[in-house]
Design a protein around this ligand. Structure first.
Ligand SMILES: N=C(N)NCCC[C@H](NC(=O)CCC(=O)O)C(=O)O
Length: 446
């Protein structure tokens, strides 16, 4: 009988991390627009999380940043000449598009792809569908490098299938694992896959948010489930509450998180709370398992506090003793209602008995907490052995990456710095070296 474990692939923050206010509907991104960022601190904060969780024995790996600026985007919209000329003119004429081309958003790897472990799929391989992220210009370009990276790591076709992104059109808006949760009894046996969508393209009567965009469609979620060969009785499609999206919950992982048989969620997460729980419970029964729902009432934690603290953008990790730890951003301890709730939760005798808190403020200021920063990939032992090993987090890799960040990253980036042609050269030099550190020489298309 093979064993399996869940790897967290955290995104390494890239050298051009900046605050450009690019994500309408994401409250943090909008409110920190044009403030100065600290890419060095951002990368070190992310690496510290990876190191600490790896040291605790959790399976941990990383995904590298993408090449920036995205010259393909800039040249495709009419900026010509040398790289320096392209940057100078884009800065003058279209600074927001230059910022989009420089975005370090691939760090939020929960949006890189949707992943179905081999135990769930018809052909017994682990399936990945790259997310098209077509709701935002800066994110819609991530798919090509993401596919290239995933194929470099999961290239063994006997074990893995990496699908290209769905057609990049509003009907198939897809934001990857941020809107997908797998519930199961154990990682090496079949699980229930829950897909959460925000709107339905081809049903004009379906409820939808009024102010902020719903980034994920039902049609996209269904397409991913089909591509992965998931069994109907173990697949559940759930609509997110539209008014909660309108309060800044732009992905389901901002309002719910699941692990093994536990679903930790806010009362206002889903359009039909009872129906959702009932369907998940029935699907779990097919597996001979039982759903353990941990509901947070709006009276204890209002949606606004869930959004500002990112309580639900936490990682729920199974420990060796069978209990679970909740990995939260430090903002949770700073919000009195959330801190009070968490104290009660850990002492409640329920499945979650430990809190682990990280300072991820650089990422949080763009709306990315612990869960945004990681892509979960449950792998059987032989699959874990078949993937590229150079991205698995160890003390040695952490040390090399921290030193690399120290050599190449700036500690301050303001909007005007994006006009500096030296920045583009710095990023390319850094990434060429990174490809060598990770043992992935063909990683980038320089
Ligand atoms: N919830 C999850 N899984 N991911 C969070 C992604 C945050 C990201 N922020 C940004 O892209 C902001 C970039 C800027 O404004 O500079 C987004 O909105 O897509």
């Amino acid at each position: 009988m093979s064993k399996a474990s869940e790897f967290n692939f955290d995104g390494l923050v890239g050298p051009s991390h900046n605050y450009a206010g690019l994500s309408f509907g994401n409250v943090a991104s909008f409110s920190n627009v044009k403030s100065a960022s600290n890419p060095k601190e951002a990368a070190l904060q992310g690496l510290a999380k990876m190191r600490a969780l790896a040291a605790r024995g959790f399976a941990q790996a990383m995904l590298p940043p993408h090449a920036r600026p995205n010259f393909r985007l800039l040249r495709s919209i009419g900026f010509t000449g040398s790289d320096a000329e392209v940057i100078a003119r884009a800065y003058r004429e279209a600074p927001v598009i230059l910022a989009s081309a420089y975005s370090a958003s691939p760090m939020w790897t929960a949006n890189a792809a949707t992943v179905s472990p081999s135990a769930d799929t018809a052909d017994g391989r682990a399936h990945f569908t790259v997310a098209n992220l077509n709701n935002k210009l800066h994110r819609s370009y991530e798919q090509a490098q993401t596919a290239r990276t995933l194929r470099a790591i999961f290239g063994d076709k006997r074990h893995f299938a990496v699908h290209d992104a769905l057609p990049s059109t509003p009907a198939f808006g897809d934001e990857g694992a941020a809107n997908h949760t797998r519930l199961c009894a154990s990682h090496d046996s079949p699980g229930v896959e829950m897909f959460v969508y925000g709107r339905v393209e081809f049903d004009p009567d379906a409820p939808a948010p009024r102010h902020y965009p719903a980034r994920q469609t039902l049609e996209a979620s269904q397409a991913v489930a089909r591509l992965h060969g998931l069994a109907g009785e173990r697949t559940v499609f759930v609509q997110q509450a539209p008014d909660t999206i309108d309060q800044g919950v732009f992905h389901n992982d901002v309002i719910a998180v699941g692990n093994a048989d536990v679903l930790f969620y806010h009362q206002r997460a889903f359009l039909d709370e009872q129906g959702t729980l009932h369907r998940l419970q029935r699907a779990m029964e097919v597996l001979g398992a039982e759903l353990h729902a941990v509901r947070v009432d709006a009276a204890d934690v209002p949606v606004a506090d869930a959004v500002s603290s990112y309580l639900f953008n936490s990682q729920l990790l199974s420990k060796a003793d069978g209990r679970m730890a909740l990995v939260v951003p430090q903002e949770c301890q700073e919000n009195p209602a959330v801190a009070r709730y968490l104290q009660r939760l850990a002492a409640s005798g329920g499945p979650i008995d430990e809190l682990i808190s990280f300072d991820l403020r650089q990422s949080m200021r763009n709306g990315g907490g612990p869960a945004c920063l990681r892509l979960r990939v449950a792998l059987r032992d032989q699959e874990a052995a078949a993937m590229h090993q150079g991205v698995v987090m160890t003390e040695a890799l952490h040390a090399r990456l921290a030193a690399w960040v120290g050599r190449h990253y700036r500690d301050r980036l303001s909007p005007a710095d994006l006009a500096d042609p030296a920045l583009a050269v710095e990023v390319q030099t850094a990434l060429e070296e990174l490809a060598g550190i990770l043992g992935l020489p063909g990683l980038y298309e320089f």
